[in-house]
Design a protein around this ligand. Structure first.
Ligand SMILES: Cc1cc2nc3c(=O)[nH]c(=O)nc-3n(C[C@H](O)[C@H](O)[C@H](O)COP(=O)(O)O)c2cc1C
Length: 334
């Protein structure tokens, strides 16, 4: 049996298969089930700004306008009126008492004051780390990319200055330079990057002529985006990278680790296959390591990353792209 243990942001984990923030963690029995099934750690579903504002009576025009952030909150918490901030904090504390498994609390705020205030309160519940779910769809055409990034970095820096716990930022894949954002987070003292957040994609029903904000589960193919970025950036900064989105099977866990991920986070595959699927992810990883005679994760983590690649990464990516396009042309018959 291989040694699957690892550390994520300085937190010791039995294995790198962790549960992503999602509504599975609404119930303590699900969390205990995940622990029993072998989860290395669990990120508790987010505390959303909308819950905070609801509690303080400030849930205002943003709600009526149906901002992107609210749409996400709605799909995760259809009964938002029953999920205010105090209740969430109380419940995170109860979860902490119920399990020894490493727990990470997640926060999705909007206003800078709430980010700091609630990060502190979540830290006081006794969780092992914090995940900042910076979910923002920039729909304002007058705002440029740099100011959007600086706003995010400012907020993260304020939280960093206020709590001692390890902090991960759940990132969007849509930055022009993901690597540069990670480098700046590194300078601020952030410990982990979750790659990547999966934004709610609105759908249109042409028959009813309505916009649907329904949650769909991810597919394996979506894993290619985190895989690429983790592989490109491994070894170039000091953040631990959590691979997230599209990890379905044990082979996907192996791929993420080969690219350089410290842990994987899973949600959709647990909704599809049940919480017990965590056991097959962990055992499948173990079986693969045994078949390759790897004694520990460190023996192969990042083996297929671009660390040590001396050439020009941009040209390398272009070469792969051209190779793909050229070979496609050969396949297609006129
Ligand atoms: C039902 C459901 C609820 C979710 N709730 C949250 C949440 O509260 N906070 C968060 O950061 N992400 C949330 N997510 C997103 C997941 O953490 C994860 O980033 C996303 O589902 C991609 O991972 P996957 O491909 O394994 O599903 C949720 C996802 C699902 C399916």
């Amino acid at each position: 049996m291989a040694d699957l243990s690892t550390t994520y942001m300085g937190i010791a984990l039995k294995n790198p298969v962790t549960v992503a923030a999602c509504s599975l963690s609404c119930k303590v029995e699900n969390i205990l089930r995940a622990e029993e099934a072998g989860a290395g750690a669990l990120v508790i579903r987010s505390l959303f700004e909308e819950q905070i504002r609801h509690e303080t009576g400030e849930l205002d025009a943003a709600l009526a306008k149906g901002s992107e952030s609210y749409a996400e909150a709605l799909s995760y918490f259809p009964a938002i009126s029953h999920g205010e901030a105090k209740e969430h904090l109380f419940w995170v504390g109860r979860t902490r008492e119920a399990t020894k498994m490493p727990l990470i609390a997640s926060l999705n705020a909007v206003s800078p004051g709430n980010w700091v205030a609630y990060a502190k309160q979540l830290a006081d519940t006794g969780v092992d780390g914090l995940e900042l779910n910076y979910y923002r769809v920039e729909a304002d055409m007058t705002r440029d990319g740099l100011s959007a990034e600086l706003q995010m970095l400012d907020i993260v820096a304020s939280v960093r200055a206020s709590v001692k716990l390890p902090i991960a930022v759940k990132l969007s894949p849509f930055y022009t330079s993901v690597g540069n954002v990670i480098q700046k987070l590194d300078e601020i003292g952030v410990n982990g990057a979750v790659m990547f957040n999966r934004f709610l994609q609105p759908e249109i029903d042409p028959d009813k002529e309505t916009v649907l904000h329904e949650m769909t589960y991810s597919t394996s193919a979506e894993m290619r985006v985190p895989l690429r970025w983790i592989g490109l950036l491994y070894g170039k900064h000091s953040l631990d990278m959590a691979a997230n989105t599209g990890i379905m099977e044990a082979r996907d866990v192996v791929k993420a680790l080969l690219a350089g991920a410290t842990v994987v986070q899973v949600a959709s595959t647990l909704f599809r296959n049940g919480i017990g699927h965590l056991t097959s992810l962990r055992d499948g990883l173990n079986a693969w390591m045994d078949s390759k005679s790897y004694a520990s994760i460190e023996d192969f983590r990042g083996k297929l990353s671009q660390q040590g690649f001396e050439g020009d990464s941009v040209m390398f990516e272009r070469a792969q792209y051209l190779d793909f396009l050229m070979s496609r042309q050969r396949w297609v018959k006129a």
